[in-house]
Design a protein around this ligand. Structure first.
Ligand SMILES: [Zn+2]
Length: 128
């Protein structure tokens, strides 16, 4: 037997299943939004750990740059990293990151010290 609930919906049972379902959907949406917000915050906070500023670069490039930075920390050689020395200063290194991005590093007595990440465009205009 159908009845009219307080909310105005018609249905069977002790409570309005339509409203209950809508409430559940709202709660799920809130949970998803909260998770998205937490992931966003976590992503924003992750930049504070980077030895160079990677903010503003595409996510895929940030990940690739971090991979390169990890390899540098692990002691990978300039050759292993595919890096090359700049003709105007042999102590400045350019290491490719993904397609068209370059990680500029300094060679300090054989130690590779990351300086900054550049787009290909910025790299072409880059002279320290
Ligand atoms: Zn209802």
């Amino acid at each position: 037997m159908k009845r009219i609930f307080e909310c105005g919906h018609k249905g069977k049972g002790k409570f309005c299943h339509r409203c209950a379902q809508e409430k559940e959907q709202r709660e799920n949406e809130q949970q998803r939004a909260a998770r998205r917000e937490a992931a966003k915050k976590q992503w924003a906070a992750s930049f504070e750990q980077d030895p160079v500023d990677l903010r503003g670069f595409p996510k895929g490039i940030v990940r690739k740059a971090r991979h390169v930075l990890t390899r540098i920390q692990a002691g990978a050689s300039i050759a292993e990293l595919g890096g090359k020395r700049m003709h105007y200063d042999r102590h400045i290194l350019s290491i490719p990151v993904g397609n068209g991005y370059r990680l500029i590093c300094q060679d300090r007595n054989g130690r590779v010290v990351p300086q900054l990440l550049l787009t290909h465009e910025d790299y072409n205009n880059f002279h320290p």
